[in-house]
Ligand binder design. Structure first.
Ligand code: HEM
Length: 599
């Protein structure tokens, strides 16, 4: 019996598919064996000291979960020296971590180290070709183009917006105190008691301050960035605002296992888009539609003003970017879509990070009433508000003069910096070596084979190795800040012994006379902190955040007293956010008791 031609064709195709499948399987197997068994043998990090773990055990939680990471970093650096290795996805994936500033300086300044492609791909999916996701020459060019938008003058020009939104927030909270509504206090489980409660409470209304401050800082970047009104402090219904929020919420959840698989096999997302992908696509569509019109109208306005030789009035970041773009080498100019990507990047990088800085400040002030009172007194002592009248942009002085006066208040500066040191919104960052390298160290280490690597000598690292930069741990360095640098423990506020609270109360004062090691050139960080990182990828928005935080505190403190309402813990998901202890499933929240301040 002869086989039909169709059947033999099907059999041939099946055979070919089988061969392709077997070849792919063999290739995958070789790759896996090399990854898990062969490559690790010659990895120089193998010879470093570090915590042990089984073949596929990772140490991500130990180094990234802020409820245990301070202890981990302290214990590991005591046991292995300041530069050690730990398991990434297993023993085959040794990663370098260091609390040695010489090592960190090298990693953050050398062109050998870049953000891993995985991070950049994830960011590009949300933010397009933003400065966050770029490296090398492209990054350098773009960075030069955006920097005018972060100059001292540009930040100063934003101050009326900081005041406007801080006052709007103050008024919202004032209304909430007068008329507490059920929608402001949804039915969450009872709040676990805070580690400290004042003997005579002056505040009754519980407000999730991180939620409201986040709305305010989103509005700020909308106006300061694009001259765009999200009006989110009024209600959260504006289309572009919702699009950004939904998209960033997806990002906040982290990639998860499926997200990681999608990174390596993008086809999965094309074939089986999940809820997160659909939300991101729809959000991007809304953002790009609105953004296109915004960029075009701003560009036309700027060109028209240029043609009429009038002074260009627009002060928002987008206008400054367009101006900077128009005057740059035509071959290096950004397209309208690229310009918009930078704005999405600033919203992503600048709104919630600043909101967290303000929220953590209020949280620490609520726990330390004497610091709160001292700070309020300093703010009220400003000549323009000596009579409990609120600081506001429309009073006798211009908002610019107000902002200048606020900026130089020493205790306010100390409280803001101390909070940024203890609660950095970005817990850490990561780099990958793009070629074999030798990293200089300043603190000696003992290798596993008994060799001592002395200060000034180098340790080898090979292409493809990951290096974790533990921002929070570097902020807690006892070499810089002294023995009390690590007395702040966030394991669980309920375990706080009284002694630790007493030490924390006065710590902002350390900023009045900084130790030598905290000053440049010993300390390379921006504003004497690691919080904004440093080097070519350091945060360009740090001046915005520090001044914005100060203006918000200076506007809110003369009006309100803050008392703790719950036991709060830190959780690190892209940013380090506050959660109610043991109520993680209810999302990031920072309930604080807010009352009117009465002289
Ligand atoms: C308290 C608030 C802020 C904190 C803690 C913070 C922290 C950081 C850190 C640690 C980095 C470096 C990340 C890395 O190297 O992986 C960074 C980069 C960046 N930040 Fe901020 N940031 C804050 C506010 C802002 C603001 C207000 C803006 C803009 C409006 C901004 C825009 C950026 C951008 C564009 C980058 C990428 C820079 C580059 O790759 O060249 N940030 N930020």
């Amino acid at each position: 019996m002869s086989t039909s031609p169709w059947l033999s064709l099907v059999l041939t195709v099946l055979k070919a598919c089988g061969i392709v499948f077997l070849l792919s399987l063999a290739r995958g197997l070789v790759w896996l064996i090399n990854l898990l068994l062969v490559a690790p043998i010659s990895d120089p990090l193998k010879n470093m000291q570090g915590p042990e773990g089984s073949a596929l055990q990772n140490h991500f939680r130990e180094v990234m979960d802020p409820s245990i990471s301070p202890d981990t970093h302290e214990n590991w650096s005591k046991a292995y020296g300041k530069t050690f290795r730990f398991n990434g996805f297993g023993k085959h994936d040794y990663r370098l971590m260091s609390l040695d500033f010489r090592v960190i300086s090298h990693i953050l300044n050398s062109p050998v180290y870049e953000k891993p492609w995985q991070t950049r791909t994830l960011l590009s999916r949300l933010l397009g070709r933003g400065v966050f996701a770029m490296e090398g020459e492209e990054h350098k060019t773009l960075r030069k183009l955006i920097m005018p938008a972060f100059s001292v003058q540009a930040v100063k020009a934003m101050t009326p917006i900081f005041f406007q939104k801080a006052e709007e927030l103050r008024d919202r909270w004032d209304t909430m105190i007068s008329h507490p509504t059920p929608s402001d206090s949804p039915a969450f489980p009872p709040l676990p008691p805070p580690p400290y409660s004042p003997p005579h409470s002056l505040a009754e209304t519980v407000i999730d301050i991180s939620h409201w401050i986040s709305r305010a800082t989103f509005d700020v970047i909308g106006l300061a960035g694009f001259d765009y009104h999200f009006h989110s402090l009024q209600d959260e219904s504006e289309e572009v605002y919702l699009a950004y929020r939904k998209m960033f919420n997806v990002a906040d959840k982290g990639p998860g296992l499926k997200g990681l698989l999608k990174l390596y096999f993008p086809i999965i997302d094309k074939l089986f888009p999940d809820e997160g992908s659909r939300t991101t696509d729809e959000s991007l569509r809304v953002i790009y539609e609105a953004g296109k019109q915004l960029v075009q109208s701003k560009k036309s306005a700027i060109l028209a003003e240029k043609a009429s030789a009038k002074e260009i009035k627009e002060k928002d970041i987008l206008s400054l970017l367009i101006k900077s773009n128009l005057s740059s080498d035509p071959s290096k100019r950004l397209s309208d879509a690229d310009l918009l990507d930078q704005l999405s990047t600033f919203l992503f990088a600048g709104s919630d990070s600043t909101s967290l800085a303000i929220s953590w400040c209020v949280h620490l002030l609520s726990l330390h009433p004497d610091v709160q009172t001292r700070l309020r007194d300093e703010i009220l002592s400003l000549s323009s508000c000596s009579s409990n009248s609120p600081l506001n942009a429309s009073s006798v002085h211009s908002p610019y003069a107000h902002a200048d006066a606020i900026d130089v208040l020493p205790f306010l500066d100390a409280v803001v910096r101390e909070t940024l040191r203890l609660c950095p919104p970005v817990h850490g960052t990561i780099r990958v070596a793009t070629r074999d390298d030798a990293i200089p160290i300043s603190s000696p280490i003992l290798l596993r084979n008994g060799t001592v690597v002395r200060a000034g000598e180098t340790i080898p690292i090979r292409k493809g190795s990951y290096v974790h930069v533990p921002i929070e741990a570097l902020n807690f360095s006892t070499d810089i800040w002294g023995d009390d640098a690590r007395t702040f423990k966030y394991v669980s506020s309920s375990f706080f012994p009284e002694g630790i609270l007493m030490i924390l109360v006065n710590r902002p004062d350390r900023w009045a006379s900084l130790p030598l090691q905290a000053r440049a050139p010993s300390h390379p960080g921006i504003a004497n902190l690691m919080t904004f990182s440093f080097g070519p990828h350091s945060c360009p928005g740090w001046k915005i955040s520090i001044l914005e935080t100060k203006v918000f505190l200076a506007t809110l403190l003369p009006h309100f007293v803050f008392e703790p309402a719950a036991d709060i813990q830190k959780f690190n998901a892209i940013l380090t956010r506050p959660y109610v202890y043991d109520q993680f499933e209810y999302g990031a929240r920072l309930p604080v008791k807010v009352g009117r301040y009465v002289v």
